[in-house]
Design a protein around this ligand. Sequence first.
Ligand code: HEC
Length: 147
Amino acid sequence: MKNEILKYLFIGMILCIALLTLNCGGGRKEATVEPDPMDDKGIGPVSSVEFGSKIDMDLAKKGEELYGQMCTACHRQDQDFIGPTPKGIMERRSPEWIMNMILNPEEMVQKNKIAKDLLIKYNGAPMANQDLTEEQARAVLEYFRTL
Ligand code: HEC
């Protein structure tokens, strides 16, 4: 009789452990399915960007000038400042997302997950809409390719 009870207890325990392990495994799987930020094109007028195989240095130069006039109050090439450094941005964001962030920051920080998180990270300091034309934003993007 006593043996019988022990047997059931033992089986019960094995089942509990099995369930726990299954649950943990499931949880871990979910955590790794984060969306890739490079798939996020953001919200705004730009839905696709074409790059030449080489950087267009004339366009990049125009972008650098615009960036110097309109962006360096808050952005620095070598470090995070009031906003993030654009260094390495081509590896962490899609080109469409970058242009939409330049052209349509108000809607981006309200509706786009990455932009919303950035706003929180930078203490609620909003990315300023500098009223660039799409052409000017494209030039700044070309400049970012050189960084
Ligand atoms: C008044 C300050 C300010 C100015 C001026 C400004 N920005 Fe920003 N920018 C920010 C802040 C703050 C963030 C991050 C927080 C947020 O998105 O609200 C940001 C975010 C960005 C991002 C996203 C960066 C990333 O790592 O994902 C890009 C791209 C950007 N800015 C480009 C520009 C460009 C290009 C200009 C000039 C045309 C410019 N910004 C002018 C403050 C500014």
